[in-house]
Design a protein around this ligand. Sequence first.
Ligand code: ADP
Length: 177
Amino acid sequence: MVKAVYPGSFDPVTLGHLDIIRRASGLVDELIIGILVNKNKHPLFSKQERYEMLADAVKDLPNVRIETFDGLVVDFAVAHEARIIIRGLRAVTDYEIEMQTAQTNRTIRPEVETMFLITSLEYAFLSSTVVKEIASFEGDISHYVTPLVAEKMRQRFATKIQAKPPVGNIAGGIIKC
Ligand code: ADP
């Protein structure tokens, strides 16, 4: 039985993540998605919300399940008897950091291998950060996320925009010039 874990923040899950999940789930018997819950980070969505959006997105994939975790990815893998960590690679910038992380993980747990899947071209630019940026300006994100995520994002940013005082702006992002 070959098991793999696919860790990430998934704040929120995008079609880029889903592409990796679908492809990875076809390579292993069981794929365990690990939602990283880092107390020092301030995600847009709670772990419960991220879980629900992921669960909806993978409902047609029977060999995929979702867990949350806090701590080292290798420990998460070992706890679930998985010998493979799946990571997605988009660009050279991903490569540098991923290489360092994978090497560090190997020194901690040599029995756990990291496997990289190269992004499909249409998602090469896509990240949760980009999606949040577009949604914060009420842009159309329907090509980048599932309908449920698009709706949750719309609600979240509608609340945020309403809550803002009338002066000031939300500039300074990576999309707005
Ligand atoms: P992000 O980088 O979008 O904030 P995560 O921290 O949740 O996402 O990333 C989890 C994993 O998914 C990482 O290995 C990351 O490289 C990969 N990933 C994220 N977006 C894509 C994409 N568009 N194509 C391929 N892999 C991706």
